[in-house]
Design a protein around this ligand. Structure first.
Ligand code: HEC
Length: 162
């Protein structure tokens, strides 16, 4: 007899519970929808931005992996890929590309000294521009490329043959 009672009463106690659960679900669904609708408008430009931001990173990765086999890059390529990161805008007071006044005292030190400093690093200038994959020739080419844009006439072919 007891067993029958339980079987009878259980569905009747479950029903309000199901109703409450249903109400909670419906309520949270509405909240979720309400929160989602304005969020969608907001995320679209963010997603577009994120895609734009990812592109240069992907490009850098491709450049890094392709240098695994090490194809020598021209001075100009190295400058664009590595050195410009700081030297384009003059980050941490790096001499700006094309700024003759900033480069003149550097150039006056001579090509060899500049290449040595670029290779070994000096003050906040990291060794090899922070890219240990760069060869000596690539550093020399990059130094000549930047210095020559500011009035020098350095020739990587003549380096060390003075
Ligand atoms: C992380 C930023 C950064 C990167 C990347 C970078 N540089 Fe520099 N570089 C500097 C800063 C800062 C200075 C100025 C250092 C000082 O004189 O205090 C500098 C100075 C120099 C100088 C002048 C050194 C001297 O003796 O006056 C040369 C040459 C140079 N960088 C070459 C390069 C080359 C070539 C690359 C790319 C392979 C490169 N840099 C990448 C930050 C950077």
């Amino acid at each position: 007899m007891d067993k029958q009672d339980v079987e009878h009463s259980s569905p009747s106690t479950l029903q309000p519970m199901v109703a409450i659960l249903g109400a909670i679900l419906a309520f949270s669904l509405i909240i979720a929808l309400l929160m989602h609708v304005p969020a969608e408008g907001d995320t679209k430009p963010v997603v577009a931005n994120a895609e734009e931001n990812i592109k240069p990173v992907a490009a850098v990765e491709v450049a890094a992996t392709s240098s695994g086999a090490h194809t020598e890059k021209s001075g100009e390529e190295v400058v664009k890929a590595v050195c410009a990161m700081c030297h384009a805008a003059g980050l941490m007071s790096a001499p700006k590309i094309g700024d003759k006044a900033q480069w003149a005292p550097r150039i006056a030190q001579g090509y060899e000294t500049l290449v040595k400093h670029a290779t070994e690093g000096i003050r906040s200038m990291p060794a090899r521009g922070g890219n240990p994959d760069l060869s000596d020739a690539e550093i020399a080419g990059a130094v000549a490329n930047m210095a020559n844009q500011a009035g020098a006439n350095f020739d990587p072919a003549k380096l060390g043959k003075k």
